[in-house]
Design a protein around this ligand. Structure first.
Ligand code: SF4
Ligand code: SF4
Length: 99
């Protein structure tokens, strides 16, 4: 199988991941978490939030105010063909895709 995933849509990535075992899913999540750049985001800084990867896990219970979002420049966004922003406030990619 071809390794390039650039042409897959977000929805196709999610469908592919749906076939993963929980162990594979855990490994994938850990890998993506390392790439998450939320800690560099003005909306995140100084809120006391410790969680990451809101594009996968959904809204933050702590972050309430938009101060800019660096998601569009994040490797996870590119990797998973995500196309939204402010996941900490709006919800996960799946939620935003209506999946
Ligand atoms: S897209 Fe945003 S929420 Fe998702 S990993 Fe990147 S910085 Fe974090
Ligand atoms: S999801 Fe976007 S707005 Fe929220 S903390 Fe991460 S980079 Fe900032």
């Amino acid at each position: 199988m071809q390794k390039g995933t650039q042409t897959k849509t977000f929805e196709q990535h999610m469908e592919a991941m749906a076939g993963m075992s929980s162990k594979e899913m855990e490994a994938k999540t850990a890998e993506l978490k390392k790439l998450c750049i939320c800690t560099k985001c003005p909306t995140y800084v100084n809120t006391g939030e410790k969680k990451l990867l809101f594009c996968a896990t959904g809204k933050s219970s702590i972050i309430k105010k938009e101060k800019g979002c660096v998601c569009p420049g994040c490797p996870v966004q590119k990797n998973m063909a995500l196309r939204w922003d402010y996941y900490c406030l709006k919800g996960s990619g799946k939620e935003l895709a209506g999946m």
